[in-house]
Write a protein that binds this ligand. Structure first.
Ligand code: NCD
Ligand code: ZN
Ligand code: ZN
Length: 404
């Protein structure tokens, strides 16, 4: 049994909390607040094929450091994870990497949608948490953007009762804009090429497909006011449409190109202040259901290549909770909302079983982020140099206590 003594329960009293465990332990917790452990619905732990960026051995350490005990991993691997065979192979690799780390992280996998693999949806449905569609190109070669293929994917997903997760950027518009600005070397152009209309057009089409076939739709990394209006309307229309926001769209804006240059590249791109503000508002009004980190590690050397070559994405899982607790410290979000966005809603949307995992946080602890202290293999962060107040201190997973 793990005894957590005198811990603060959010919006409630202090209590002694007991968690079943084969390893008895007592934690004097009067300075801590107890939260359910976070579930990150959107990570890229890069196995198989990109182990130089991250593996589950390093990714699990970053997850635990961020108060996360359950991750849902994306299929844009090499080769992409778009068949039952590849899902099962990937699980074996993950199991052996987690064994090396000796941390039994909980995880689920997405099945990548590929027009040559539609038959895999039915056979894989019990092995994955959702079907993932890339309507716009991003890291990897998964892409499904013509209307007939999209409709086929939504139809099959609805038939087999599997959630459809969508990266919503319109590939046609991306290509037109890319050709128009092909001579421009300024990375800031990324936000013009993949502007909010590009995202909104794809969101609109995804919602239409979900409605047509009565499918459940999960829109990942929503970043702009234009997308949010469409999602708000879909929810008013009582469609099963859910939306995720990612930390970089909440905590960074397009001003970050000024100091991060090509390191600021991410899909969808960093947005204007007005979009960032709209995203914060939508956390309050329920338009956004979850926060998924989109933990997408790339090495610093890769990120520092010229615009056009540098890959998109940031490592962020270990700062997931600290960034949110710092926002709480600044009165921008309640602990209740943090719990809903990082745990309760994720569990509900993905139909995940409950467990005793939890995280003890020190709401007063202040620490500055440095690249060298990071557990991710990428070893760099767009938040380096930020001083954050509110950090996870202990993560408890399957009855094991990890000091972080
Ligand atoms: C992600 C990656 O690198 O895997 N990159 C990103 O910019 N978000 C892919 C993705 O989530 O689109
Ligand atoms: Zn994406
Ligand atoms: Zn992603």
């Amino acid at each position: 049994m793990i005894e957590i003594r005198n811990v603060q329960i959010p919006n409630d009293t202090r209590r002694d909390v007991f968690i079943p465990s084969t390893r008895p332990q007592t934690i004097e917790a009067s300075r801590y607040t107890l939260l359910p452990a976070l579930i990150d619905p959107h990570v890229h732990f890069r196995t198989p094929g990109h182990e130089h960026k991250e593996t589950w051995e390093t990714g699990v350490l970053a997850a635990i450091a961020g108060g996360v005990t359950h991750v849902l991993d994306m299929p844009n691997n090499y080769p992409s994870c778009c068949s039952l065979e590849r899902v099962l192979q990937k699980k074996q690799l993950i199991e052996s990497q987690l064994q090396m780390a000796d941390i039994p992280l909980r995880y689920g996998l997405y099945l990548g949608a590929d027009r040559n693999c539609f038959d895999e949806i039915a056979v894989s449905k019990n092995e994955v948490v959702a079907l993932k569609i890339y309507m716009g190109s991003s890291t990897g070669d998964l892409l499904l953007h013509d209307r007939p293929s999209l409709e086929k994917a939504f139809q099959l997903a609805a038939e087999h009762q599997i959630l459809v997760a969508v990266h919503a950027e319109d590939e046609g518009l991306i290509q037109i804009n890319r050709n128009q600005y092909s001579a421009v070397e300024n990375p800031q152009m990324h936000s013009v090429i993949r502007n909010p209309n590009v995202a909104a057009k794809a969101v609109e089409m995804a919602i239409e497909c979900a409605q047509k076939f009565n499918a459940r739709l999960y829109l990942v990394h929503i970043s702009s006011a234009a997308e949010l209006s469409l999602i708000r309307q879909a929810k008013r229309d009582r469609l099963s449409v859910y939306a995720e926001a990612s930390p970089h769209h909440l905590f960074l804006s397009d001003l970050a190109y000024g100091h991060l240059h090509t390191k600021a590249l991410v899909n969808p791109p960093l947005r204007a202040r007005t979009d960032v503000e709209a995203l914060w508002e939508s956390l309050q009004d329920g338009t956004i259901d979850t926060i998924g980190t989109d933990h997408a590690p790339h090495t610093k050397a890769e990120k520092m290549q010229p615009f056009g070559l540098a890959p998109s994405g940031f490592a962020s899982i270990e700062l997931y909770l600290a960034l949110l607790l710092n926002a709480h410290h600044q009165n921008k979000i309640s602990l209740k909302s943090i719990i809903a966005l990082t745990h309760t809603n994720v569990r509900r949307i993905f139909n995940l079983p409950s467990n005793d995992d939890c995280v003890l946080v020190d709401l007063e602890k202040t620490k500055t982020v440095t690249d060298c202290s990071l557990k991710t293999k990428a070893k760099w962060s767009p938040y380096a140099g930020w001083t954050l107040t509110g950090w996870p201190c202990f993560t408890i997973l399957k009855g094991r206590v990890y000091a972080v």
